[in-house]
Design a protein around this ligand. Structure first.
Ligand SMILES: NC(=O)c1ccc[n+]([C@@H]2O[C@H](COP(=O)([O-])OP(=O)(O)OC[C@H]3O[C@@H](n4cnc5c(N)ncnc54)[C@H](OP(=O)(O)O)[C@@H]3O)[C@@H](O)[C@H]2O)c1
Length: 268
């Protein structure tokens, strides 16, 4: 496993396991299986309604808590300083955890700065090892930077070959924030696994299209958290290391960038 160093020195795995839309016993089993397969970063959120199952899956895996990097996110239900403070304790309870490795404000709610201040406080108290934001565009990021005490360690945003947000990644990196990709496979919005450019490069390296799509982001300094419920794909997606894309591959893949979101949730 390769790691990325956050601005406070904490090491975060370069690839993790996304859990959106995994529920019930399937979620418990998938999280446990993913950890046994080698994943050490697990991504959940209050919004996914599966924190309890993620916590159970972590225990079921038999791997010690300290080896796992656990991310969760606070949503609109906690959109104030006081509510976010309460939310952190609820997350810890639901996850059956003594601490959270990374806690994010899930979306740019009107109160996202006061929510972030509650995260800063919990970070200072040692309940959380790193804090950050999600779906925050450059304008809102700059606003937050002008008032925050702790530079966000991570910003989790939409990022895939069709909209990698590479210039934003560079900007965030300069300021001390690591970009993390959600929907690295476009969540099914594009036929990414049949993309000719990726298929050709996959053949060249004897890798799969999925591995090339993830490697492109990873090689650009972006943490990836693909979701799959299938054990074979868990193994496939995590096998990202031990090879590098060359300049001409990067150039070819860069041409797929359409410069606009496939989801259109927020202004860029
Ligand atoms: N912060 C946010 O607002 C936000 C938003 C969205 C997502 N997220 C996080 O990011 C994670 C990843 O995003 P996502 O789950 O939305 O979408 P994704 O990872 O882009 O795509 C998941 C889809 O790809 C399929 N898949 C996975 N590996 C594959 C492979 N090797 N070959 C073929 N198909 C494959 C999965 O199907 P199978 O399960 O059938 O394999 C699933 O349908 C989420 O789980 C969540 O943790 C965060």
């Amino acid at each position: 496993m390769e790691f990325v160093k956050l601005n406070n020195g904490v090491k975060m795995p370069a690839i993790g396991y996304g859990t959106w839309d995994l529920r019930g016993q399937e979620c418990v089993n998938c999280v446990s299986k993913a950890i046994q397969t080698g994943y050490r970063l697990i991504d959940t959120a209050v919004m996914y309604d599966n924190e309890r199952e993620v916590g159970k899956g972590m225990k079921k895996s038999g791997i010690s808590r300290e080896e796992i990097f656990l991310t969760t996110k606070l949503d609109h239900r906690y959109a104030s300083y006081e509510k976010a403070k309460k939310g952190i304790d609820e997350c810890l309870k639901n996850l059956q955890a003594d601490y959270i490795d990374l806690l994010l404000v899930h979306e740019p709610y009107a109160e996202y700065i006061s929510m972030y201040q509650a995260l800063e406080e919990a970070y200072a108290q040692g309940k959380i090892r790193a804090i950050g934001i999600s779906n925050i565009n450059r304008r809102l990021y700059d606003q937050l930077l002008s008032v925050c005490k702790v530079v966000p360690m991570v910003n989790q945003v939409e990022s895939h070959v069709y909209y990698p947000q590479l210039s934003y990644q560079k900007y965030l990196q300069e300021k001390g924030t690591v970009m993390e990709s959600w929907a690295p496979f476009t969540e099914g919005r594009r036929r990414i696994f049949a993309e000719p450019v990726l298929m050709e490069i996959a053949q060249k390296y004897q890798k799969t299209v999925g591995q090339i799509a993830l490697k492109y982001l990873s090689q650009n300094g972006i943490i990836v958290i693909p979701k799959t419920a299938k054990e074979e794909r868990m193994k496939e997606n995590i096998s990202l290391f031990g090879f590098s894309l060359d300049e001409s591959d990067l150039h070819q893949i860069r041409k797929l960038d359409e410069g606009k979101s496939l989801f259109g949730w927020y202004e860029p």
